[in-house]
Design a protein around this ligand. Structure first.
Ligand SMILES: [Zn+2]
Length: 299
């Protein structure tokens, strides 16, 4: 095989490989790693059974983690805070501090939108889906004292360390909807004393799981946070291999053929409807489209 051909084929193999498999696992597999107390759409209440795994080092199994809750592309997203989780730079925390420095009432209100929120993350086994393996359960710390952790603690106080593999207990979590339709954990009960598993292979697999919440709640790249901090919409640019602000991208990018045609039609309509009184902006637009068309059209 010639050197060039060899290079071409291995390049192709490499590229197709990253697309189909890469390092990333499928979304379905990924979802198996998460446990949630939240109700699915249309479901009024649910009861789930979960077994908290003990922390390997004998520490508390409840890890504290910080996420910002910020609207991204119209939806609330939990964004990993690099500052509070790792002491690194966080554009969202910086935006918050800048707003607080401003001191005005409006700036203070806006600052609360940038506040990092405290969460607990605990590893365990979803008794209804044991074949999924170790799952991560993340829920918010409630300063009002009526959160998941507040309902969990009495069990530890009354029953001891329920995470013990041999003499621990499962917990039974009941979720209902409140008057706003949101999922709310209404009770957490301790089940009877029960061994985690009698299958030693399974026990080994569960106990030796080294993943932490940092592996499963992905940390977004810095530029993503910078875009969100500016209240813009991050979108993935595969050519640049990074996130860019949609708002800024549109200005820089040449419109697609379809968009160009639409734009052209729109400006023609404008021309007719305004009876030849074309504004200078329309004129400029038409000129630039005409010239780019000759360059870009594939036929
Ligand atoms: Zn932060």
């Amino acid at each position: 095989m010639s050197k060039a051909l060899d290079a071409i084929l291995s390049q192709y193999e490499k590229n197709t490989d990253t697309k189909s498999k890469g390092n990333k696992i499928s979304n379905e597999e990924r979802l198996k790693k998460y446990f949630t107390e939240k109700l699915q759409k249309g479901v009024k209440n649910a009861t789930r059974t979960f077994r908290i795994l003990p922390a390997k080092d004998g520490n508390s199994p409840f890890q504290e983690a910080y996420f910002h809750e910020k609207q991204v592309n119209g939806k609330y997203e939990k964004i990993y805070c690099p500052k509070l989780n790792e002491g690194e730079e966080c554009p969202l925390c910086e935006a918050r501090e800048a707003l607080l420095m401003d001191g005005s009432k409006k700036a203070k209100q806006m600052a609360s939108e940038y506040s990092p929120r405290k969460y607990y993350v605990v590893k365990g086994i979803d008794r209804d889906n044991e074949d999924h393996g170790v799952k991560f359960w993340r829920y918010k710390h409630k300063y009002t004292g009526d959160g998941v952790q507040d309902k969990m603690m009495p069990i530890f106080k009354l029953k001891g360390d329920i995470t013990d593999a041999r003499e621990g207990r499962d917990i039974i979590i009941t979720t209902n909807r409140n008057d706003k339709g949101w999922s709310v954990v209404t009770s957490i009960m301790a089940d009877d004393v029960k061994i985690l598993t009698s299958d030693s292979t399974q026990a080994n697999e569960w106990f030796n799981n080294e993943e932490t919440f940092k592996d499963v709640y992905s940390k977004k790249p810095l530029e993503y946070l910078e875009i969100v901090a500016k209240n813009m919409s991050p979108i993935w640019d595969s050519e640049l291999s990074k996130y860019v602000a949609e708002e800024e991208k549109e200005e820089n990018e040449t419109a697609s053929l379809e968009e160009e045609i639409n734009l052209l039609q729109n400006s023609n309509e404008t021309t007719t409807s305004t009876n030849g009184e074309m504004t200078s902006t329309t004129e400029v637009d038409v000129t630039s489209l005409d010239s780019s068309e000759t360059d870009d059209l594939p036929f």
